[in-house]
Design a protein around this ligand. Structure first.
Ligand SMILES: Nc1nc2c(ncn2[C@@H]2O[C@H](COP(=O)(O)OP(=O)(O)OP(=O)(O)O)[C@@H](O)[C@H]2O)c(=O)[nH]1
Ligand SMILES: [Mg+2]
Length: 394
């Protein structure tokens, strides 16, 4: 019975034959641990004179040194810190990031999107292994605003990337759970910076083609590829022109076995379609390529394309210019989100909003008038708050 209470269950994504490299375990809670007679619990814990030992708290220095030395455990904890919604963690995370910033930016950032089942994870597994063999250190992140702790296909990716997740040169981190797309985007960007500071020189970011997540990932990577399937045909697999406009490469996956001929046809079709689309990167012609992630063909060629892209855009200055633009866009997006939250979380605005909405629907006030009124209420509120700050010397 005593042993039963200490059972450690492994998370569902750990492969069946996974060894000790999957250090993570979930321990079931023990009811009434302080007065339990189970096992050899320190009597001082039992009588409450010694507090239960918590996980060692890391200081700002611990985080910085640990991440810079490439320690995976500290990197994971730093990412958890960045993902935390607590204001105290947020402040500490920002101080850590500030100190790590000079060590970031050297990695090549690659985004991968495509419909569910297109083979993104399988491709990342194959490409990632190849790059690790070449001597690179590869971090794999996923951006999936729909995922949460209990649902979301991405959680299964550690299993799908079974061999890669065991390699010391690779680091896989699933999407931060839940939250707004803006929140997920900030956390993913900062996670990317942490991985760079930890010495990963290639960042692969997978995102499912839902909502705005492709645009978000495009805004944080240097090279963006769209993974497609054969049989594009007339319906274009529901691929919107907008997504094709974001892509630096279109990769027809599953070009193997019976599918090879269809893949060739699809590649030709995509090539023809691209001609009518504005390239995502100035001076870089987007093309369609064929790959089999299972047979591992076409991956070397794809990597050569990515290398050529880096060389060409670095030479033309487009690479640096895009990164600068991304930083400024990020700042603007965060200001937008901050102001948005400030407004909608204001108690007075919250109180007034229902009646204003009702008045708009009744037609007694126009949306423009309503906005004018709400903004002036908000302005007065802010001014009053500043006055209070002034008097209390805050
Ligand atoms: N024949 C063949 N099958 C493949 C290839 N790549 C992926 N698959 C299969 O396609 C299925 C989906 O692959 P995933 O890698 O999970 O696809 P995904 O795009 O990551 O899917 P989501 O994460 O759910 O959006 C799996 O059963 C893979 O084995 C390939 O190159 N050839
Ligand atoms: Mg996947």
């Amino acid at each position: 019975m005593a042993e039963e209470k200490y059972t450690v269950s492994r998370p569902s994504w750990v492969p069946e034959d996974g060894g000790s490299e999957f250090a993570c375990g979930v321990m079931s809670g023990i009811e009434g641990i302080r007065d339990t007679t189970v096992g050899n619990i320190n009597p001082r814990i039992k009588d409450g004179t010694m507090p239960l030992k918590r996980r060692m708290v890391l200081t700002e220095d611990d985080y910085v040194k640990g991440v810079l030395s490439g320690d995976r455990m500290t990197l994971s904890r730093a990412i958890t810190l960045v993902e935390s919604n607590s204001p105290r963690h947020f402040r500490l995370a920002q101080r850590v990031l500030q100190r790590l910033l000079p060590k970031t930016g050297h990695a090549l950032r690659i985004g991968i999107t495509g419909v569910p089942g297109a083979g993104k994870s399988t491709m990342i597994e194959a490409l990632g292994n190849m790059l690790c063999d070449d001597g690179h250190r590869v971090a794999i992140l996923t951006v999936d605003p729909t995922s949460s702790v209990t649902k979301g296909s991405i959680l299964g990716d550690k299993t799908r990337m079974g061999t890669l997740s065991r390699r010391p040169e690779a680091y896989i981190r699933p999407s931060p759970a839940g939250g707004t797309l803006g929140g997920v985007a900030r956390k993913s960007r900062e996670t990317m910076l942490l991985c760079e500071a930890a010495g990963y020189d290639i960042i692969l970011i997978e995102t499912v083609g839902v909502g705005q997540s492709e645009t978000t990932v495009r805004s944080m990577v240097d090279f963006f590829m769209l993974v497609v399937l054969t049989g594009a045909g007339d319906d274009l697999q529901g691929i919107k022109k907008g997504i094709m406009e974001l892509a630096d490469a279109i990769v027809v996956n599953k070009a193997d076995g019976d599918n090879l001929t269809r893949a060739k046809v699809a590649r030709g079709e995509f090539e023809r379609m691209i001609e009518f689309i504005r390239p995502a990167t100035p001076g870089w012609p987007t093309h369609a390529y064929m790959v089999s992630s299972v047979k591992k063909t076409g991956l070397r060629e794809l990597w050569d394309v990515i290398q050529a892209f880096r060389q060409m855009t670095t030479k033309s200055g487009v690479f640096q210019k895009r990164r600068e633009g991304q930083l400024l866009d990020w700042m603007r997006a965060m200001i937008d989100e901050h102001l948005h939250n400030l407004f909608f979380e204001d108690a007075v605005i919250k109180g007034r909003l229902p009646e204003v909405k009702e008045a708009i629907l009744k037609g007694t006030i126009s949306p423009t008038q309503a906005v004018g009124e709400l903004i002036s209420i908000f302005d007065v509120q802010r001014a009053a708050a500043r006055q209070v700050d002034l008097f209390t010397n805050k």
